[in-house]
Design a binder for this molecule. Sequence first.
Ligand code: FAD
Length: 228
Amino acid sequence: MRSSLLYFTLFFIKIAVQSCRLTPTTGAIRMQNFDGIVIGSGIGGLVAGALLAHSGKQVMILESHTWAGGAAQGFSRQGFDFDSGPSFYCGLSDPQGLNPLQQVLTRLGESLATVVYDPLGHYHFPEGCLAVYGNSERYRKAIAQFTPQGAIEFAQFEQRLLKIYQGLKEIPAIELRADWKVIPKLITNYGFSLLKLLPVLGDISASVGQIVDQTVRDPWVRRLIDRE
Ligand SMILES: Cc1cc2nc3c(=O)[nH]c(=O)nc-3n(C[C@H](O)[C@H](O)[C@H](O)COP(=O)(O)OP(=O)(O)OC[C@H]3O[C@@H](n4cnc5c(N)ncnc54)[C@H](O)[C@@H]3O)c2cc1C
């Protein structure tokens, strides 16, 4: 997976740097030549820089480390590759995916080679090894092998979250902004989706821990959710 991660990081660096037409320089940088200056070349900074450049702005990305990517790094030892940061990006294999990074790639008109995990991974507990599947029915069946009652409660927990998801998934993260203009934008373009969220406003303002407390009593599943 590390090769995908490095590819991912390098890909964004390529977009950000090429789009910004930046060249390494040892001389003084004239800040007035740039429309925007991004501090930090983690995924967040690279995404911000790439989007600004894509909309025609001159951008400078500054990084204090010797290598771009921020937390997204990896290393090799004795022929083995290790991710020291993220290795798992849900939804990056689907061009229409809801992953905000995927939405950025789509906005930039770029695609990315990905590896689909099946199962997503394994958790090793003293009681045995649990395969984690993206498909919720397969995942519930795997949990039921450890605790049938817990699997039922897990499904109830999942349903509570899915109701929030049904409303939120229609509002692309890339459409959000940090100032007050988000309000008229959401009402104009996503008014119907906002209405769908009204019945679950309580759950949206609750923490995941509170929803867990209301739906899951089984200690094994509570530990599993804590692990997640
Ligand atoms: C061990 C681990 C595993 C993770 N696993 C996953 C995963 O599987 N899936 C997932 O989606 N997420 C995962 N994450 C979270 C993900 O890595 C982060 O959310 C994401 O990489 C953060 O990106 P960022 O750009 O916000 O910040 P960072 O990656 O922290 O980037 C900040 C950058 O800014 C630079 N910087 C800071 N201050 C200055 C300054 N004054 N001047 C210049 N540069 C500066 C830093 O050097 C750094 O390069 C994981 C994180 C860790 C640590």
